[in-house]
Structures are given as C-alpha cells and as structure tokens.
Design a protein around this ligand. Structure first.
Ligand code: ATP
Ligand code: MG
Length: 394
C-alpha cells in the first residue's frame, strides 16, 4: 500500500494510491475505475458529501489552494490527476514538484481560458469560430459587425452554458458585457450548426495517442442532454478530420491524460473546434458500458504509465443525462425519485447515479446508458426510457 509503488520502468502499479483533484461525478467514476484495477484512491475536495469523496479510500477535505491539503495529497499519492476543469493550474504545478501530475498545469491552463484555447486550436491548424477577445471598452468598441449575431462567453469559469449571453445587436453586446461585470470575454460568431460531436483521446507519457469513436451530442439549454454513438450524421471524411485535429491538439500540448475536444459540424459540412476539457467528459460516459475500455480506465492507464489500447465500441448506444429536473413533477416542489424500476425493466439500460442527495434543476444527478444490438434497437429502448423519465424525445 505504499504511495510510491512503481516498477523499474516508472509504471505505477496497482496497490499504489492515485490522487484526484476534485470530488465530482467525474472523480467518482475515476475512483471506481482505479479501485477496480486494484489501486487505492485519495480525493481532494472541500465538500464532505462530494460524489467521489464518498467512495474513495481517502478524502482530504480542503480547498484546491490550501497548502496543507495539497501537501497531504502529494504525500499519500503516487500520481495525481484532476477531474475538475477549474482546479487552479497553479495547484497542479505545485503538486508536480514532488509527484507525477497528469494532465500538467500548463495544459490545464490553456483549457481554462477560451482565448488561449482558441489560440491553441489556430496554432494547430484547427479551425474555430470567428471571435474577438473583449477585455477593455476599446476592444468592445472595435468588434466588427461580422461577429454579430454572436455569443458572448466569459473567457474563464464557464460550464453548462453558464457565463454565456447570446447577442444580436451591438446594443445587446454592450448590455451583455455589463451583465457579465466586464470580466474578460470572448465574443464568438453564432454559427449555423448542423450537429455537434466530440472526440475523446488519451495520450501517454511516451506520446502514444488513442481515441474513442466520435460521439454525437445534443444540447438543450446549453447542457448536454443526449449522446449517440456511433454518430448517425457524421461522414467518414469529417470524422477523420476530427480525429486528426484531436491528435494534433493533444500532441502539441505534450498532453498526458484524457482530453475531450468538442466540435461543431456546420450546415455547409465544415467542422470547427468549439472547446476542450482536460479530463474525461460527460459525452464519454457511455464508454463505461458500450466500450471495451472506459475513458476513466484510460485516465488511470495514462497517469500510471500503463499501456494505452485503442478502445473498441462493442455496442451502439445512447447516453441520457439525468438532470435534477426529473425529480420534480410539473409544478411541484416535492422531490420524488424517478421510476428506476420501470427503466431497469428495459433491456440494455445501465443506470449511473452520482450519490447527490439534493436534486436541483439543471444539476447532473446521473446518467443512463442504453446499449443495444443495433443502433435502431438502442434508440427504441432509449426513447422508451426517456418517456418513462419525462425526458423530451430526441
Ligand atoms: P460545457 O463546458 O458544458 O460543454 P460551455 O458552457 O463551456 O459548455 P459551450 O460549449 O461554449 O459552453 O457552448 C454550449 C453550447 O452552446 C454548445 O454546445 C452549442 O450548442 C452552443 N454554442 C456555443 N457556441 C456557439 C456558436 N459559436 N455558434 C452556435 N452555437 C454555439
Ligand atoms: Mg461545451
């Protein structure tokens, strides 16, 4: 049970303790994967009831920038990863002084800032939405009309559509920047989307990269609602372009770990990168039940130096996000448990709940993956499950 159990070639072997910054559902699924491979786990999260903290061998209850908490995590962990995009990059850099940290603080810092992220895409030769950085009133005034209608997004700390305002006119843009309290923003041109996809890659310390088959994502109110794999819409040409872009983006950051890149496919067939996340991603949750190796297992393999293998999708599937809204009947404030028994009576349903006691509107409480022998069969059952749960058909 030594924190430093490592083989002569630097591989951190089962029996060691793996640390994770953040205790949300992504951390919980990482902990599950690590534990099933024989690792012990340590979670750093201030919340006593965090989803990952509840299932981890150790739970260090401290803030991300608390020196004592970080020192404790480093002391007990043979290697450290992150599950939360907004963990301060400086904390990861500090941990890296004494322990292998994957992904590195430098890579996370790029993903945390939409302006740096877009500059990185462009440097990799990957197209992204036309955009302008707005940090000063002068930059606001200089915005070209060609970027309207657009979406004003805070450069940092946005998620699930939070920190974003859609603007049609210059007056609306000015009002939106006021509403966002003049923090640094990126204005993106509103693009005519045909559909959205994402690619998840894992890259090892030795530079080896593997990717999952691309998934198609449906968002509602800025939040991922449904992921479908294989993507019913994508052409072989567009998916090859997405894989090549994702590999280039990861390799040029010298990235180690799991990285997700979201793309827009436009109505004219072009593909542009939207944003990336330096960790497993909500659009990859189906990999637990529909692939021979999950995104969380690849996170474990990448951080420990174990071999990466190209994942295979063994079942077509749909992943439905289970938001807190499902716990409330229309017009009611009373929290009631959805009818899981009815859902689990359908064949091919895999229920994942994150152990969050309180349901709130828009809060990710869990997900349901529906696998089937064919894409049509999976879709039929997924629609039945959606109807039972009160999720709008897709
Ligand atoms: P998350 O981190 O949860 O993925 P986010 O809050 O970072 O989301 P984005 O991915 O930037 O937000 O945007 C959320 C959704 O809004 C996109 O998935 C897409 O549906 C829509 N959207 C964002 N930017 C554009 C754009 N430039 N043109 C058209 N639609 C857009
Ligand atoms: Mg997004």
């Amino acid at each position: 049970m030594s924190a430093q159990a490592a083989s002569p070639n630097g591989v951190i072997l089962p029996g060691a303790t793996l640390g994770v910054m953040g205790g949300g559902q992504l951390g919980r699924m990482f902990v599950h994967a690590a534990q099933s491979m024989g690792y012990n786990t340590a979670v750093l999260d201030a919340d006593a009831t965090s989803p990952a903290g509840l299932v981890s061998h150790q739970h260090i209850r401290s803030d991300y920038l608390d020196d004592a908490g970080l020192a404790q995590l480093a002391q007990v962990s043979a290697a450290i990863t992150t599950e939360f995009e907004n963990v301060p990059a400086a904390a990861l850099t500090q941990l890296a002084q004494t322990r292998p940290v994957a992904p590195a603080g430098e890579a996370v810092a790029i993903c945390q800032d939409r302006a740096l992220e877009k500059a990185h895409f462009v440097a990799c030769g990957v197209a992204c939405a036309p955009h302008a950085l707005i940090e000063t009133p002068e930059q606001l005034a200089a915005v070209g009309d060609d970027l309207l209608p657009g979406i004003l997004k805070t450069a940092r700390l946005g998620y699930d559509g939070k920190g974003q305002i859609r603007v049609k006119t210059r007056a609306e843009l000015i009002a939106a920047w006021d509403e966002l309290k003049h923090v640094g923003c990126v204005l993106e041109k509103m693009l005519p989307l045909a559909y959205e996809v994402s690619v998840i890659v894992a890259r090892g310390r030795d530079g080896q990269i593997v990717h999952f088959p691309l998934q198609q994502n449906l968002h509602r109110d800025g939040i991922l609602a449904v992921t479908t794999v294989p993507s019913p819409a994508v052409s072989a040409e567009v998916s090859e372009q997405a894989y090549a872009s994702a590999h280039a983006i990861a390799a040029s950051m010298n990235y180690v770990g799991v990285l997700c890149i979201e793309f827009f496919v436009l109505q004219d067939g072009r593909i542009v990168a939207n944003e990336m996340a330096p960790r497993p991603h909500n659009s990859g949750h189906h990999t637990i039940d529909a692939c021979d190796v999950s995104q969380f297992e690849l996170q474990v393999r990448a951080m420990t130096g174990l071999p990466l293998v190209a994942p295979v999708l063994h079942s077509p599937c749909h992943m439905l996000n289970l938001l807190g809204d499902l716990w409330f009947a229309a017009g009611s404030q009373q929290q009631t448990e959805p009818d899981w028994a009815a859902v689990l009576a359908l064949s091919g349903t895999h229920l994942h709940l994150y152990g969050k006691a309180e349901a709130r509107k828009g809060r990710k409480m869990g997900h349901l993956t529906v696998t089937g022998p064919t894409a049509d069969a999976a879709r039929t059952v997924a629609l039945q499950a959606a109807a039972i749960l009160g999720i709008e058909a897709f």
